[in-house]
Design a protein around this ligand. Structure first.
Ligand code: COA
Ligand code: AMP
Length: 636
């Protein structure tokens, strides 16, 4: 029997131009597009070529000036770490953003210039993003948990004219000073910004470098508000760096037009949110979820979005999510399964939920990593609402697969993020680029063109974009996830096919960690693997082979490499476990048998590979894993 999802899905696949062209009518354009889908430069596609718009206008001014909703609350800043709740109406947000856009303009920032934003979860981070959009500047937000070196890599690549930062972030009880990290990153980088604009928080006053650093509050007070600048639909709105298979992160580009169209539409179709609803994405502005669903999509929709500066546990306790949901009458929330695992661990019977009125709460959405059935069932039981897993990536900007709650609520199958979202022609392919029968595992891939709101390319690197995503399966986008589609069209995402691991919903490259370990003067060879973890989903574990003749205590070397990863990649890597082995298991041609080590570490059955050079190396791995308290091997 047909339902709204089926109808919409078929329309979106059979005639994408007609479908997205109609969806785009819901947005404000200074000039309508010449072509909905421009395929003149395949395999690079562009959406809404010829169209002109402004993203900030659609997020703010439109609601204030054209819909009389200036008094509606746009952003609720809820910060248990500073005991603050602050509400900003659409009109207030527009005025603050226009002023800050004026600050940027006064520093010479013009359309196309990059502005790097390195900020904690404070409303000023969202204001800075929107201010860039207002004047056509391209923002690049960097997550606070990265080390100065990672920040420097992003400065080198994006070449920002201005950097916007804050004096500190707050991690639970700890003050994380941002400014020294920023100063260090600028020193490492060969590219220097002209100015840094620093928001001084009361918890920490950053020291300023004369001539380069400007105070957010002073500059804003003196600024002339800037107007929205029309940009091309195909102009970049932002660059968001994400882990690639090397230490060099990939600069995912998002355009203005396709992004607006797809994201605004997704709020109702996927999340069932209307303009009078309160929506909460508990993530960070440094991640794609923060870009798409803390800032842009809810504001395009005209609803209320919560910007939460806290953790699921410890700020002050595992009841904080229930407090926020009840206090602000949240209808739907979106977070990573890890957050719920953390709550479940601290408060297994959800005692802290008692006393909170959660009657406005309707749906919990989870993404960012595999949702384990235990966590889904625990959440369903205690919240008594649908718990919806959905699958997407930094690159895709919005969900590839979901139970689209505004279209049709399909029965949940645990372990599956349900079906391909409208616009996404998802196939499972074998190594010969052939679609495999349903139920068989293969490479989850998306038939080109990707829908609007996805990545048109990597920042100034079409070649890397094509090589990374489009070359292996001609005619398709490679998600780098392996999985299956069952006979009912439900998608199952099983594992990454590259070296990316997911630690507490944070995407990390084990290859990048290996590059750091290999730099230790006493490490001859190494491997880093993502090992299953009850709380964080996966955690990285390093295996080190030391140079012949090294006499020092292994534990000292391990401490040093752990510190190196923290210093170079950042605390977010959560690299805290490493072990020394004599040799790594390899094939006869010298390839490290990562899959086999992984299975042993995860306590899964594994066969000794026929291609192994020396089977006794596996015994060494078992012993080393036991030594660090990881599961015993089950090799056959
Ligand atoms: N700025 C500075 N440091 C940060 C940071 C930030 N924005 N975010 C994390 N870190 C640090 C943490 O303080 C921690 O440092 P430590 O090693 O000194 O303790 C380290 O990075 C690892 O952080 P994390 O993996 O988040 O672990 P945690 O133990 O601090 O918290 C959870 C565990 C489960 C509570 C937390 O990971 C969480 O809330 N996860 C939800 C995931 C999420 O929102 N993902 C976004 C995608 S939807
Ligand atoms: P990120 O770019 O940080 O959003 O990470 C994207 C990766 O996270 C995907 O390629 C998947 O490997 C994983 N992922 C995201 N959502 C899900 C999900 N719902 N189920 C399984 N894996 C997921």
């Amino acid at each position: 029997m047909s339902n709204l999802y089926d109808t919409v899905y078929q329309e979106s696949i059979n005639d994408p131009e007609k479908f997205w062209g109609q969806v785009a009518e819901d947005c404000l354009w200074y000039k309508k597009w010449d072509k909905v889908l421009d395929d003149s430069n395949k395999p690079l596609y562009r959406w809404f070529t010829g169209g002109e718009l402004n993203t900030c206008y659609n997020a703010l001014d439109y609601h204030v000036d054209e819909r009389g909703r200036g008094d509606h609350i746009a952003i609720i800043y809820d910060s248990p770490v500073t005991n603050t709740i602050k509400k900003f109406t659409y009109a207030e947000t527009r005025d603050i953003v226009a002023r800050f856009a004026g600050v940027l303009a006064a520093q010479g920032v013009v359309k196309g210039d990059r502005v790097l934003i390195y900020m904690p979860m404070i409303p000023e981070a969202a204001f800075a993003m929107l201010a860039c959009a207002r004047i056509g500047a391209v923002h690049s937000v960097v997550f606070g948990g990265f080390a100065a070196k990672e920040l420097a890599t992003r400065i080198e690549d994006a070449k920002p004219r201005v950097i916007v930062s804050a004096s500190c972030g707050i991690e639970g009880q700890r003050i994380i000073k941002y400014k020294p990290l920023l100063d260090e990153a600028i020193e490492f980088s060969s590219v220097k910004p002209e100015k840094c604009i620093v928001y001084q928080r009361p918890q920490e006053t950053a020291s300023m470098i004369k001539g380069r650093d400007l105070d957010w509050a002073e500059e804003t007070a003196a600024a002339t508000p800037a107007k929205c600048v029309p940009v091309a639909a195909t102009d970049p709105l932002y660059i968001l760096y994400t882990s690639g298979t090397t230490g060099q992160p990939k600069g995912v580009v998002r355009d203005n037009g396709g992004h607006l169209v797809a994201l605004k539409w997704s709020m109702k179709a996927i999340y069932d949110i209307d303009e009078n609803d309160v929506w909460w994405a508990a993530s960070d502005v440094g991640w794609v979820v923060g870009h798409s669903y803390i800032v842009y999509a809810p504001l395009f929709k005209g609803c209320t979005t919560i910007l939460f500066e806290g953790k699921p546990v410890g700020t002050p306790d595992a009841g904080v999510f229930w407090r926020v949901i009840s206090e602000h009458k949240v209808k739907c929330m979106f977070t990573a399964p890890t957050a719920y695992r953390a709550i479940k661990r601290e408060d297994p019977n959800a005692e802290l939920m008692k006393g909170y009125d959660l009657s406005d709460f309707k749906i919990l959405f989870l993404a960012g990593e595999r949702s384990d059935p235990d966590t889904i069932q625990w959440s369903e039981k205690h919240l008594n609402v649908p718990v919806i897993d959905h699958w997407w990536q930094t690159e895709t900007g919005w969900a590839i697969a979901a139970n689209c709650m505004g279209l049709h609520h399909f029965p949940v199958k645990y372990g599956s993020p349900t079906k391909a979202a409208p616009g996404w022609d998802v196939k499972v392919l074998n190594a010969y680029n052939e679609v495999v029968p349903s139920g068989e595992i293969g490479a989850l891939s998306v038939k080109l063109p990707l829908p609007p709101g996805t990545l048109p390319t990597l920042w100034q690197n079409d070649a890397r974009y094509i090589e990374s995503y489009l070359e292996e399966y001609p005619g398709y986008y490679k998600t780098a996830d392996a999985g299956i589609i069952d006979a009912d069209g439900y998608i199952y995402v099983m594992s990454r096919t590259d070296d990316i691991i997911n630690v507490a919903g944070h995407r990390l490259s084990t290859g990048a960690m290996e590059e750091v370990l290999a730099d230790h003067p006493e490490v001859a060879e190494c491997a880093v693997l993502g090992v299953e973890d009850k709380l964080k989903g996966q955690i990285p574990v390093g295996f080190l082979v030391l140079n012949a003749g090294v006499q020092r205590d292994n534990s000292e070397i391990i401490k040093e490499v752990i510190q190196m990863v923290r210093d170079r990649i950042g605390p977010v890597a959560a690299f805290k476990m490493a072990t020394v082995v004599k040799r790594l298991p390899k094939t006869r041609s010298g390839k490290i048998l990562r899959g086999t080590i992984q299975k042993i570490a995860d306590n899964k059955e594994c066969k000794v590979p026929a291609t192994i050079d020396d089977p006794t190396t596996l015994d060494e791995i078992e012993l080393a894993l036991e030594g660090i308290g990881l599961a015993k091997a089950r090799k056959q």
